[in-house]
Design a binder for this molecule. Sequence first.
Ligand SMILES: C=C(O[C@@H]1C=C(C(=O)O)C=C[C@H]1O)C(=O)O
Length: 381
Amino acid sequence: MDLNKIRTDINQVDSDLLALLARRRQLTLNVARSKEIDLKPVRDQEREQQLLEKLVALGKEQGLDAQYVVRLFQTIIEDSVLRQQAWLQGRQNTSQDLVRVAYLGARGSYSHIAAQGYFARRDKSIVELGCPDFHEVVQAVEQGNADYGILPIENTSSGSINEVYDLLQQTHLQIVGETTETIGHCLLTLPGADLEAIDTIYAHPQVISQCSNHLRGYSGVKLEYCASSAHAMAQVANSQDPTKAAIASKAGGDLYGLEVRRAKLANQAENESRFILVARKAKEVPVQVPAKTTLIMATGQRAGALVDALLVLKNNGLIMSKLTSRPIPGNPWEEMFYLDVEANLSSEAMQQALSELVPITRFVKVLGCYQSERILPTELE
Ligand SMILES: C=C(O[C@@H]1C=C(C(=O)O)C=C[C@H]1O)C(=O)O
C-alpha cells in the first residue's frame, strides 16, 4: 500500500467531484432560465423529496448511508436554490458588476465575511468600505459613497440588534436583501501563545454577549470591548503580545495571522446572524422566489390597536415571521413595531393589507421587499 499513490487517487476523485458539482450548478441555472419563462417558483420541494429518495436508494447500493447522502445533497440543493434565486433577481434588476459595499469594521469582520458571501453568489466584485459604526454604514449609502450597506439585525444567541432597528426608523434607505451566516466564534491568539498566560480578551460587545457562558470560565482575564471583531483581531496582531487574545472567526484570524485556540464559543450551538442589505433604491423581487416584506408601524395607544393591525394580516392570509418593537425617540412609552411578512410587496394580498393598515395605524412604512435567503432543508419523509 503506497500512501502517496492512494492520495493521488483521492485527489483525482475530489477534482472529479468538483467538476461534477460545477456542471450540476450550470444545469440548475438552466432550470432557472426555464422558470423565468414559465414563472414557476424556484423551490420545488416535491422534486427535492423525490431526488433525495432516489439518491438514498442509489447510495445504499454503493454502501453509503442515508444520513450522509441526505446531508450532502441538502447542502448541494441549498446552493442550487440560492444561486437560482440570485440569478433571477439579477435579471430583474440589471445593475453593475462592481458594487461598493459599506460594512462594520475592517476586513475579516463578520459583516465583511457576510458581504463577501452575498455578492459572490451574485457574481459581483465588491469595493469594500469598512466603517467604524452602524450609523456610518447607513450614512455611506445615504450619501452615495456606497451602493449597499450590510447590517446585522438579529442573532440566534443574543437576539435583536437594537441599534440597527433604531437606525432603520430614521433612514430612507430600503432593505433590498438578507443573508444568514453561521457565526463561528473562536478564541484567537498569536501563533504558539500560552493560553494560561492570556490576560486580556478583545471582542465586540455583541460577541461578548453571545459567548457569555464560555467567558464566565475565565477568571482574572480582562474583557476589552472593541468597535468590531476586525478591531479586536487588529489589537492582538498589532501588539504582537502573546498575553492578548481576540474573539472572532477563523476566516478573520487567517487574515490577521492569528491562530484558533478554542472554537464554538457561542452560547447557542447554532450561532447564526441574519444580515440585511440596504440601498438607496428599492429592488423588485421576481415572483418565482420567496419574498419577505419588512414594515414598521406605530399603532397609538388605543386598546387592541396592535391586535387589529395583526388581524389585517391574518385576514389577508399573510404569514408574519417576525414581530419586534422599539421605543419611538421623543415619544416615551410609545412603541414602533417591526414586522417581517412572508410575501412579495407587489402581491395582491400585501397591497390589500397595506391599504387596510393605513387607516387604523398612526404610521406605517414599508422598509423593503427582498428575497428570503433562508432555505430550510427538505427532510426525507
Ligand atoms: C433545480 C431545481 O430547482 C430547485 C433545486 C433543486 C436541485 O438542486 O436539485 C430541486 C428542486 C428545486 O427546489 C429544479 O426545480 O429542478
